[in-house]
Design a protein around this ligand. Structure first.
Ligand SMILES: Cc1ncc(COP(=O)(O)O)c(C=O)c1O
Length: 387
């Protein structure tokens, strides 16, 4: 091995150490590629270039947790192999927390993969019912090649999920009733008692899916979860993800919880985790699943930033829906949300534009405090320019 053509051991070790302490990759040639990418507007890793506040995808920029970074650094050296026992370990950890068995758990590439598989399965039988506005990307994907599509209940004045309207809309054409709780992009939550009642009644008629991607960020995560209904035998399925509070969106790990026979059926629409997941993502999920110090820290920062946004929204004479998530849905009054998005982008603040016909509602994700400060500083300027 010559020093000219090969990486020296010292260079490799110092790169690995840097990887652990910064969360960067362990190989210098990739680090160089990253530094080149930073000078352009797009980054090699999807992370924002310096100076840009990325507040558009509900990621947790405090992640990954230090424990996850160490686990991933070790796991990448095993990247030649498919995911093995760590997948079973992760299933066992999830099952244990909820008093379920491993057969209740489907591991998934993010929660998207399992959600899409379920949508595909449902769309063979009928339509998917949702509220007017919910996180519907996987329902679209799953119904794409089906004669059935998505049916929606009408918008309510306060943009909440209308459980009564959904209940009355369930007829023989509905194969799946889907609730996102808390909802995305509105950020609001329905009362756990009402949702339990809804799930119990509706699951007698059709399968109910509750997407709990933001559950851990709510004030009462346990009370808000519908997972206990699965244990009680109701035809309810719940999804969770490592992409949000766990700060692992780019590592693609999520899971679905269902009765074992339902889980088995849904699994026939996709790969098992052996093919669907990656070694580093599973290692990170195992390492951070019970990392309460990291989770509590992230949550406290998310709530702090959310409060800052709420205060700024009010200071600008606007309102936002009450949020139980890592984002807020802001009513811009007369201003179009896409115009606002473009104006904020010029200030290096990335947020979301229009959703469906919600033309004056703008979603902003909670980021690190300096990024939120950037949003707050740019807001009056952009609003003024559009008034
Ligand atoms: C409500 C909700 N569910 C599911 C997802 C899918 O995320 P992932 O596939 O990363 O778990 C998202 C992503 O933003 C979401 O907001």
């Amino acid at each position: 091995m010559t020093m000219k053509t090969n990486l020296s051991r010292r260079a490799f070790l110092s790169a690995s150490t840097a990887a652990v302490s910064t969360g960067l990759v362990a190989f210098p040639h990739l680090a160089i590629a990253k530094s080149k990418a930073i000078s352009s507007t797009t980054s090699l890793f999807g992370a924002p270039p310096p100076g840009v506040a990325k507040l558009n995808a509900n990621e947790n920029p405090y992640g990954p947790s230090p424990k996850a970074i160490i686990a991933m650094t070790e796991a990448i050296s095993k990247g030649a192999y498919y995911v093995g026992g760590a997948g079973e370990t992760l299933k066992a950890m999830i099952a244990e927390r909820h008093g379920l068995t491993k057969n209740h758990i489907i591991l998934s590439s993010g929660s998207s993969s399992a959600l899409t598989n379920l949508a595909m399965m449902a769309s063979q039988k009928g339509s998917i019912l949702g509220s007017d506005l919910f996180w519907d990307a996987t329902s679209f994907m799953g119904t794409r090649n089906s004669e059935h599509g998505i049916k929606r209940t009408p918008k309510t004045d306060d943009l909440s999920v209308d459980l009564d309207a959904m209940y009355f809309a369930v007829d023989g054409s509905i194969a799946l009733a889907q609730i996102c709780n808390p909802n995305n992009p509105t950020g609001s939550i329905v009362s756990p008692q009402k949702l339990q009642e809804f799930c119990k009644k509706v699951s007698q008629k059709t399968m109910v899916l509750v997407d709990e991607a933001y559950n851990e960020i709510t004030d009462e995560p346990e009370e808000n979860s519908m997972i206990p209904l699965i244990k009680d035998g109701y035809n309810v399925v719940v999804t969770r993800t490592f992409s949000k509070i766990y700060g692992l969106a780019g590592m693609r790990v999520g899971y679905m919880i269902a009765a074992p026979e339902t889980a088995q059926l849904i699994s026939t629409y996709g790969h098992n985790h052996f093919y669907d997941l990656n070694q580093a993502g599973v290692a990170a999920a195992v390492a951070s699943y019970n990392d309460t110090a990291f989770l509590n820290y992230s949550k406290s920062k998310i709530l702090e930033a959310r409060e800052m946004i709420a205060t700024a929204v009010a200071a600008n004479g606007l309102t936002a829906l009450p949020s139980q998530t890592s984002f807020m849905f802001v009513n811009l009054g007369d201003i179009n949300a896409e115009d606002f998005r473009q104006g904020m982008a010029k200030e290096n603040v990335m947020i979301r534009g229009v959703y469906q016909d919600y033309t004056h509602w703008s979603r902003v994700s909670v980021g690190k405090l300096p990024d939120v400060e950037k949003y707050i500083a740019a807001m009056p300027k952009v609003l003024d320019s559009l008034s």
